[in-house]
Design a protein. Structure first.
Length: 96
C-alpha cells in the first residue's frame, strides 16, 4: 500500500512508480472519480498512442532531432546560401 502526505496547500505527491505506471508527466490533467464505497479513483489522461482514430498533428513528423553530420554553422551557411558564392563578404566557413 502506498501513502502520501497532504500539504497545507492541499497538494499530494503521487509516488513515482504510480506516475510511471499511469504514464503521467508534469502538467498532465488527471481526474478523480468517487465510488459509492468511499474510494477515490485516479483517471490518467489518454496518451497519443492510446488515442486510436484521433487525427495526428500535421507537425508530428517534424518533431525530434535530425542527425545530419553537419555542424550548426555549416547548416546555417547552407541555408543562407553562402556556399553558392564563396566571394560573398558574409561567407563563413564555420572554422576559426
Amino acid at each position: 500500500m502506498n501513502s502520501s502526505t497532504l500539504t497545507s496547500k492541499g497538494q499530494v505527491t503521487i509516488p513515482k512508480h504510480l506516475r510511471d505506471y499511469l504514464g503521467l508527466s508534469p502538467g498532465d490533467k488527471i481526474r478523480f472519480e468517487y465510488a459509492d464505497d468511499g474510494a477515490v479513483r485516479i483517471v490518467a489522461p489518454r496518451k497519443a498512442a492510446q488515442d486510436k482514430g484521433r487525427k495526428t498533428s500535421r507537425f508530428s513528423a517534424l518533431r525530434g532531432t535530425r542527425k545530419t553530420g553537419m555542424s550548426t554553422d555549416e547548416i546555417m551557411n547552407l541555408l543562407r546560401g553562402y556556399g553558392d558564392d564563396a566571394g560573398d563578404p558574409g561567407f563563413k566557413t564555420g572554422k576559426k
